[in-house]
Design a protein. Structure first.
Ligand SMILES: [Zn+2]
Lengths: 444, 146
């Protein structure tokens, strides 16, 4: 059968077909894959088998999609404790690639891919780029770090498979990034949102005007960011800033992606099964209600991860998306349950501070939260860089800015915290994931 | 008849003012006068320099937030009552002072008062019509050079 020129499928990359699959078909595909992966993990992962046996659950008990709740959770610590190869479920000669996450809090974790896994990863990345409206002919500047981090190679292979032109520039060297963006005619860039903010500043310094560049989309991920930040980037540059979601533990980037409607992120459900649970009671949450995102890899052979606790807080959007994709969406992940800290009895997430700061006009979103402990009490100071836009030369003027920012934070958090205006460039710029919270509580 | 002034945001941290002064000196920017408005949280440094634009560029390159603003320079005899007379004129014209500072010209007995008023144009008119000597940059630099 030949596709008509005006068929929906013919307008998007063929890999995107599963995005439009009928709901019943999708659920039965999921069930079939869930049963197969449960069996594969049971037979080849000692840790998973032990836990199943402990609770007396067998792979045959998976009869419906809801039965996934009978399976044990996987924690990040499980991946660390089995370092390096303890969770691999295929012989080493079938593993074609390893990636690892940096071990900021102890041992790193190692993840593995078979050839087939790499193909799946490529496919979900193609579908991600297609969500962003990219296609063959686009020039994609990949500023994610290449190396053990999954971002660089994940986006690279996906962009090639899409048929786009990839510029494998990796992270860092901001002046060259801007120069390449201009001279090579980059139409889309992959980066962490905080690094792109840094590039915005840099371009301004170099006297580059965004409207002169062909750049039209940014695929931003690898760290939580807010919708306020998205609007800021879009207003400043005129590009579409799209959120991509992924975790090394699951596959890397490409678990989910915002489409051009920009209302949440589509999850590639035929490969990743999602649940939302109450992070404390583990109870399943209904659609639309916030909780911790749990992901099960439905296709991954080298290292299946069953019911992974992401610590990412979000909710499922059950309504159909205007773009026509039938795979469900989750809301933007702006916070993680383990990012939270408690100040004077109030739960605080860094993203709340970011949202508050960006509500105050013309403030550049370069901020940092410093936590200290004073007499057993946790203290929080927000440091915000002053810019020429907000600097007036009277004490009263600067104090008004200070008050505006401080009020905006107090309004969102419900408590008043210390706020300090600092000189430009005093907050460290990151080439990858931004360090928003400096925790000095242990050192006091 | 307004004078260009450079205003710089300073965080309260040791050595920052010294760095700034060294930076200007290294670039042959002559400081005519300087004033620091200091609060617990931050400071605003106000400078009258030989080349405002150049100084601004140098400072911005080194990461300072700097802004060119305007002040009015009034020359008075360096004797009691000089400031009071100016304030009386402005008060009568319904203008208020946002901030002020002063310095003495090295060659003579005259003082220069620098003002930021809420209505700068009206302030110049009021001063000139009552016979005050309002200095522009040329006049000010002539007096400070010798
Ligand atoms: Zn959509």
């Amino acid at each position: 059968m030949h596709a008509q020129w005006n068929d929906r499928e013919s307008l998007v990359h063929p890999s995107s077909a599963p995005d439009y699959i009928r709901e019943e078909q999708l659920r039965s595909l999921q069930l079939q894959r869930l049963r197969a992966i449960t069996r594969h993990a049971y037979e080849n992962q000692a840790l998973f088998r032990e836990r199943m046996d402990e609770t007396g659950v067998s792979p045959d008990d998976i009869q419906t999609l809801e039965d996934i709740r009978k399976l044990p959770f996987t924690q990040k610590t499980d991946l660390r404790d089995t370092y390096p190869y303890g969770l691999f479920a295929v012989p080493m000669n079938e593993v074609v690639r390893l990636h690892a996450s940096s071990g900021t809090t102890g041992k790193p974790i190692v993840v593995a891919y078979t050839n087939e896994d790499i193909e799946v990863w490529k496919e979900v990345m193609v579908r991600s780029f297609a969500c962003a409206g990219l296609h063959s002919g686009d020039i994609i500047q990949n500023a994610y770090g290449y190396g053990l981090f999954t971002g660089g190679l994940g986006a690279h292979y996906g962009a090639e498979a899409l048929g786009a032109t990839v510029i494998p520039i990796s992270g860092g060297n901001s002046e060259r990034q801007i120069m390449v963006m201009r001279d090579f005619g980059t139409t889309a860039i992959c980066a962490t949102p905080s690094y792109f903010l840094h590039l915005i500043e840099y371009a301004e310094k170099m006297g580059i005007k965004w409207e002169d560049l062909p750049l039209r989309a940014g695929i931003f991920g690898a760290e939580p960011w807010t919708d306020e930040m998205r609007k800021y980037i879009e207003e400043k540059t005129g590009i579409k800033a799209l959120d991509i979601y992924g975790l090394s533990e699951i596959i890397g980037p490409g678990v989910g992606m915002a489409c051009e409607q920009q209302e949440g992120l589509h999850i590639f459900e035929d490969h990743f099964m999602i649940e939302i649970v109450d992070p404390v009671t583990d109870e399943a949450m209904p659609d639309g209600e916030e909780g911790e995102l749990i992901i099960t890899t439905l296709s991954k052979k080298a290292m299946p991860v069953m019911r992974y606790r992401t610590h990412d807080i979000t909710s499922i959007i059950a309504e159909k998306c205007g773009c026509g994709r039938t795979i469900r969406r989750i809301n933007r992940i702006a916070r993680r349950s383990d990012d939270m800290f408690i100040i004077r009895g109030v739960n605080v997430f860094p993203s709340q501070v970011e949202a508050a700061l960006l509500k105050v006009e013309e403030t550049l979103p370069h901020y940092q939260i410093v936590l200290t402990r004073d007499g057993g009490m946790d203290q929080m100071e927000v440091q915000v860089e002053v810019t020429a836009n907000v600097f007036t030369d009277t004490v009263r003027g600067v104090e008004a800015v200070h008050k505006q920012l401080s009020d905006a934070i107090a309004h969102i958090l419900g408590i008043r915290v210390k706020l300090k205006l600092v000189e430009p460039n005093t907050i460290e710029r990151s080439m990858g994931k931004a360090k928003r919270v400096i925790d000095n509580r242990q050192n006091d | 008849m307004k004078l260009k002034q450079l205003s710089v945001f300073l965080e309260n941290k040791p050595g920052r003012l010294r760095e700034l002064c060294a930076l200007l000196a290294d670039n042959n920017i002559n400081m005519i006068t300087i004033s620091l408005a200091d609060t617990e949280q931050f400071g605003i440094l106000r400078l009258i320099v030989s080349d405002c634009e150049a100084a601004k560029n140098i400072l911005e390159e080194k990461g300072f937030v700097a802004k060119i603003t305007e002040v009015i320079a009034v020359e008075v005899n360096d004797e009691p009552g000089g400031l009071r007379d100016v304030l009386q004129v402005e008060e009568a014209a319904g203008i208020s002072v946002e901030y002020m500072y002063a310095f003495t010209i090295k060659s003579g007995e005259n003082a220069v008062l620098l003002f930021r008023f809420d209505d700068m144009d009206k302030a110049v008119d009021a001063l000139q019509s009552t016979g005050f000597k309002v200095l522009d940059s040329v006049a000010l630099f002539q007096r400070t050079d010798g």
